[in-house]
Write a protein that binds this ligand. Sequence first.
Ligand code: GAP
Length: 456
Amino acid sequence: MSADAVTMEKIVSLCKRRGFIFQSSEIYGGLASTYDYGHYGVLLKSNVKAEWWRANVQQRDDMVALDAAILMHPRTWEASGHLEGFTDPLVQCLGKCKRRWRLDHLEEAAQAEGRETTGLKCPECGGDLSEPRNFNLMFQTNMGPVQDEGSTIYLRPETAQGIFVNFKNVMQFARKKPPFGIAQVGKAFRNEITPGNFIFRTREFEQMEIEFFVPPDQAPEWHERWMADRMRWYTDLGLRPDHLQLRAHGEDELSHYSSATSDIEYLFPMGWSELEGIANRGDFDLSRHAEYAHEKMDYVEPGTGERYVPHVIEPSAGADRGTLAFMVDAYDEEEVEGRERVLLRLHPRLAPVKVAVLPLVNKDGQPERAQEVYENLRGRMPAEFDTGGSIGKRYRRQDEIGTPWGVTVDHQTMEDGTVTLRDRDTLDQSRIAIDELGEELERRLAAPWVSPKVGA
Ligand code: GAP
């Protein structure tokens, strides 16, 4: 298939057809740009997060984990600058449609098409646009029974601040010294003006964030190291290198806290878009919390007494956006024996189900034998047992959810205890003894993997 055959519509349709992701509150007509994950979606996103924990915590000595609360003291958002500066420029159509737009997005689109960025009109109905106003993206709610100004709190717009406010706690208990990092995965909420592109930009999403604390003079070097590490993580998990790029932010794009940021971008169906940001936040956050909370946030070197506020390198990724990129990259269509095959060529470690066990026919003791094989395998890895429909139909279902291996119990199995092992990507079928199956699949799961779409 040509790489361009994947569209967002095809991904959305596959997600719905196979129960990965649904529109939220669908029976009430849906809630705009809000999605619920079904069985395979949960398993896929969990695998993305598990790989992130594995690479960034389990396989490193310089990282510890944290799970901070979503609700935080409101002073947090004064100190972080979000109350004042976490805004997007909002314009509204003054013509017929009255739609709201992000001015910076309209300007980017105009620039990309070589149009003037002044005097822009509503892209929907051509109406005039209002003057821009800064719209704060934080969701507000109230804590406790009385709704007054003093009870206003916010749903966190990033998980990062939970890490900064816990810096002292972690330093005390983790027995770490800079350079070291704190890793966290959790929900974040932003009242985006223009969410869209399926789960790419939503108002509720999950982040996978690292705040890596370093001596100030080492910040540029660690920024470089993290950019390389994070790019490698995506390619190790199968994303095609020519669909990934690092893009440094221009001065005018930098967030209020950042002295340098590069985005890892992926070539989504709608074009190059941010997958992860890797920022050099300097000492902005720790210094601001020190000021607002009247707490020292310095690191003091034991022997020398040297004291400094660590600088922070922040690789900040989206779990939903990552999941979308892995699906888009894995989506493929091909013709096999005159029929179209749709499949997800996911890295086996990301695949929701690793192996499907299928009896060739629903008689002659095959379903019972297949059930036994399945019971033995599922203790070792996520497996599925399926007896419903023709064998071709069952394989098509497994292809669409990205199951890398299929095991068929057939007539010969009943005679010699071997099964057919089918490979999702090559469609190779080999015979293997049932006794060797578990070990062989574990070996394949641990082996390095390159997407067959690389170079295709
Ligand atoms: N703490 C830094 C921070 O939050 P960000 O670039 O605003 O930086 C980091 O967000 C990542 O979170 C993005 O690269 C993206 O993957 C994800 N993300 C941000 N806003 C999102 C949204 N509205 N929907 C889905 N994912 C989002």
